[in-house]
Design a protein around this ligand. Structure first.
Ligand code: FE
Ligand code: FE
Ligand code: ZN
Length: 298
């Protein structure tokens, strides 16, 4: 059987067409998966899910070779489980998001572990563990939480494998947790993506490859170890095309969905259709940006 590349990008989920709009956008990029927020990432306003739209969306996914098991939801970044002050809000909103995932038929919710905001890493990790334990005690649905590897910007927790391991180790039902790798974040956190086999080996030793549920594929605007977290288009940043391609086609990561979160060109044009095409061609196109601009301004 031919191995399929599970690649897609971040897409939008709008109020009127909801998941159907997300699927249509993903198809327009020739993607085989996608990722979305179930509402604005920076606030708690959530429209009620229209099951008729969801059914239509599922049908469209099937017809276009998108496997719903590989589709990813991203939790809003207003949830910060590391901060004790907002823990109750974070817990209840996270449970609500997990329930929305179930209603939409989704299996994975990516979550930023949180920022300790001056309380210290140890205290932050303790709060995250308490928060996740509370969430998983109350929520019994099918959606798995994937903790994302972070760049280490500000007081972000989860910029190294040890911190993520401590979280997984403290959570009672850690079989309902997994990890989402983000290539830009790994680079900015100080990991060397040009020696990915070594990185993966280290990850396997500390956490275990089987825990990886998703990979965010982004180039980075900044040097390794910069702790900046600014994504760049594929092949145009400090990581470069070849190392990213190697990760995308890595045998041990074959069935894992790869999601692009690269920046829009000039803030207007989504780069995903052309980036996905370039990835499938396995050849860097130095004129990609111009191509995208002319595609959308015609
Ligand atoms: Fe993220
Ligand atoms: Fe990411
Ligand atoms: Zn990022």
């Amino acid at each position: 059987m031919e191995n399929k590349l599970w690649i897609g990008s971040h897409v939008s989920f709008n109020k009127t067409d909801q998941l159907l709009a997300s699927v249509k956008e993903a198809i327009s990029y020739q993607a085989t998966t996608f990722m979305f927020y179930t509402g604005a990432p920076q606030n708690t306003v959530r429209s009620e899910i229209d099951d008729f739209k969801t059914i239509e969306a599922m049908k469209l996914m099937k017809e276009n070779g998108i496997d719903i098991q590989k589709v990813i939801v991203h939790a809003p970044y207003i949830i910060n489980l590391a901060n004790r002050k907002n823990l109750d809000f974070g817990i209840s909103f996270l449970i609500q998001e997990l329930e929305r995932c179930d209603q939409l038929g989704m299996k994975y919710l990516v979550l930023h572990p949180g920022s300790h905001i001056g309380m210290g890493i140890e205290e932050g990790i303790k709060n995250i563990v308490d928060g996740l334990n509370e969430v998983l005690k109350k929520y019994h649905g099918n959606t798995k939480i994937l903790l994302e590897t972070m760049a280490g910007k500000g007081s972000e927790i989860g910029s190294n494998f040890q911190e993520l391991k401590m979280i997984l180790g403290g959570v009672t039902y850690s079989n309902r947790l997994g990890i989402c790798l983000d290539t830009c974040h790994l680079n900015d956190a100080g990991y060397d993506l040009t020696d990915f086999d070594k990185l993966l080996e280290e990850f396997d030793q500390v956490i275990g490859i089987d825990k990886i549920g998703c990979i965010h594929i982004n180039d980075s605007k900044n040097e390794k170890g910069s702790h900046k977290d600014r994504h760049e288009n594929i092949g145009f940043g400090t990581i470069g095309f070849a190392p990213l391609l190697k990760i995308i086609y890595h045998q041990k990561l074959e069935n894992i969905p790869k999601i692009l979160e690269t920046p829009y060109i000039n803030g207007d044009y989504p780069p995903y259709k052309q980036e996905i095409e370039m990835i499938r061609n396995q050849k860097f196109d130095e004129n990609l940006i111009e191509k995208i601009i002319s595609f959308y301004s015609e």
